[in-house]
Design a protein around this ligand. Structure first.
Ligand code: APR
Length: 238
């Protein structure tokens, strides 16, 4: 492993909710603590679910935002940020997470495939009367002139990922010598497909996950450990 890291000209890292677990942020598919063990994803993470019950979905995202305000990045997030700082241009960080913890740890150029939970955008195409800064208070906030609703700036199931971000992530996967896949079940595409893209392009693929994932067959190496314990040691060897 050490020689792989030291020999890797460029490292692409794909993270999922598991990298934030040790900061106290629930994952999605772990049981019984994962969000999808408590809620139906179609109710809470689709446009149809939001349109059906906008207040319930808005309040759930507010609850998640409030939780995130009280947590901190851990040593694994910091190790990734430190590596980027010590070796400029050698590590591209791609995340499925919307929690902003990589950025708070100091990572830069983070490719956020699924958006940002702290951002809002209009549910319907904004008109001249729709100004986010002047949205009327509500659950959710809305345009007082036309009634357009604000929604969280995240990618919901069935929605397209931001094109330029996905393109950059696929390019990083094709160009890397080593892909580190950290804390993802590998259940959601196109994000999960980046590991296969990297492998097919000749990269070594290393998974950091205490449990089995759907991407295990794509990996050359499986490191059965947690992000906060493995990443600082692994990246220090690079
Ligand atoms: N360190 C590393 N991995 C961990 C840790 C940890 N401390 N704790 C849990 N994990 C692993 C779990 O074993 C699991 O494989 O993290 C993974 C979390 O999987 P999911 O909860 O499915 O999260 P993720 O893969 O990021 O989900 C992808 O699905 O619901 C959508 O948009 C949502 O971005 C999310 C996407």
């Amino acid at each position: 492993m050490r020689q792989w890291l030291q020999g890797a000209g460029h490292i692409a890292v794909l993270t999922g909710a598991g990298i934030s677990a040790e900061s106290g942020v629930p994952t999605f598919r772990d049981t019984p603590t994962g969000y999808w063990a408590q809620f139906r994803a179609e109710d809470m993470a689709t446009e149809a679910g939001f349109r059906a019950h906008p207040g319930r979905v808005w309040d759930w995202y507010q609850h998640r935002r409030d939780l995130l305000a009280g947590v901190q990045p851990h040593a694994g997030h910091v190790a990734l940020a430190d590596f980027q700082r010590h070796y400029p241009g050698r590590l591209t960080l791609i995340t499925q997470n919307v929690d902003g913890l990589h950025q708070r740890a100091g990572s830069t150029g983070v490719l956020c495939l699924h958006g940002d939970i702290f951002a809002n955008r209009w549910l319907d195409t904004p008109r001249n009367c729709c100004h986010i800064d002047h949205a009327a208070t509500g659950h959710p906030p809305y345009c007082s002139r036309c009634g357009n609703l604000l929604r969280p700036g995240v990618v919901w199931f069935g929605e397209a990922l931001p094109y330029a971000t996905l393109e950059a992530a696929q390019q990083a996967a094709r160009a890397c010598d080593l892909m580190l896949v950290v804390g993802t079940a590998g259940a959601v595409y196109p994000a999960a497909g980046l590991a296969q893209v990297a492998r097919q392009a000749g990269a070594r693929v290393v998974i950091v996950n205490p449990a089995a994932s759907a991407l295990d067959d794509v990996a050359h190496v499986l490191l059965r450990g947690t992000a906060a314990s493995v990443l600082p040691v692994l990246l220090a060897a690079a």
